[in-house]
Design a protein around this ligand. Structure first.
Ligand code: SAH
Length: 283
């Protein structure tokens, strides 16, 4: 029979019965899957997927049972343990289990907890990293998460904690002072509180910000704004999660690197948005 899904030859690992592979699916565009993820999809009996995994990706596992285990928007994490125990149950039933999560499973994805529960229950696991939305999603918006002229560090932040609130454990003053570029996951709901905290801590109101929604999908939308205007602009735009907030001057690079806009026929808005006054790579 002709293999319906072409796959590069190689010594790919076998997903054995009784194992759970915890795998990142990337931010949305199926092309951002890893080959290990595709190898897993081809072998799984069961794919347990969460809310941010696109349907297109599940098509790569046509023979597997697809089980939705999504949780949206800061709801209490009571169900998390049920999901993990379901995985244990499936593994014990001798299934080849693929647990598929948006982005990277270990970046704000509770992958650490799930994997720990599996190991505690004697279930063998493999971890397959994925492209996290905070990196790949920004790249699709034309925003380099680091740039030598802007930042020597980047901070990934969650905009809400397990109770759905802005995390009280975050030291916004230290964050504001310590990192030139901030990438905030799950920040839409509390955008007003987050921007107020950063402004209070001394970040300038005219600092460039971007809101990148549904990054890497056909519905991707990018709002360019400033820290001072961000919350009001989000409210006025009607934009919805999932979205990333990016605070920092790297957002300016979108004026030259909005490659999707250029693919659609747009011209770069500014070839030197950081005003370096010299060629991009002159030292
Ligand atoms: N493990 C995931 C993050 C899960 S938390 C990862 O590594 O990307 C869920 C949050 O991720 C969303 O609220 C949003 O802030 C962000 N996110 C995930 N996919 C996204 C996408 N396609 N576009 C914008 N934000 C996304």
């Amino acid at each position: 029979m002709k293999d319906p899904i072409p796959f590069p030859p190689g010594d790919w690992p076998a997903l054995e019965p009784g194992w759970v592979w915890l795998c990142g699916a990337g931010p949305g565009d199926p092309g951002l899957l890893t080959l290990h993820a595709l190898n897993a999809l081809r072998q799984a009996d069961v794919v347990v997927f969460d809310a941010l995994v696109s349907e297109d990706i599940l098509r790569w596992a046509p023979k597997a049972r697809h089980i939705y285990a999504g949780k949206r928007g800061g709801k209490p994490s009571a169900k998390q343990r049920d999901i993990s125990l379901r995985l244990v149950e499936l593994a014990r039933a001798g299934k080849r289990v693929l647990r598929l999560k948006g982005g990277d499973p270990f970046v704000f994805g509770r992958g650490g907890e799930e994997a720990q529960t599996l190991v505690q229950n004697g279930v063998p696991v493999r971890i397959i990293p994925g492209i996290s939305a905070g990196i790949g999603g920004l790249a699709y918006a034309g925003i380099p998460v680091t740039h030598r002229d802007v930042n020597q560090s980047v901070t990934f932040i969650t905009g809400h904690d397990q109770s759905g609130q802005t995390p009280s454990s975050l030291n916004w003053k230290a964050i504001a002072e310590g990192s030139q570029v901030l990438v905030i996951y799950m920040g839409m709901k509390h955008a007003a509180r987050i921007s107020a905290a950063l402004l209070d801590a001394g970040r300038p109101a005219d600092e460039p910000c971007a809101v990148v929604c549904a990054a890497t999908t056909p519905e991707q939308k990018v709002l360019e704004t400033t820290l001072g205007r961000m919350a009001a602009d989000i409210a006025a735009s009607g934009l919805e999660p999932p979205a990333l907030l990016c605070v920092g001057r790297s957002v300016l690079m979108r004026q030259v690197l909005d490659w999707q806009g250029m693919m659609a026929g747009g011209a770069p808005r500014d070839l030197d948005p950081l005003a370096r006054g010299r060629p991009a790579e002159a030292c």
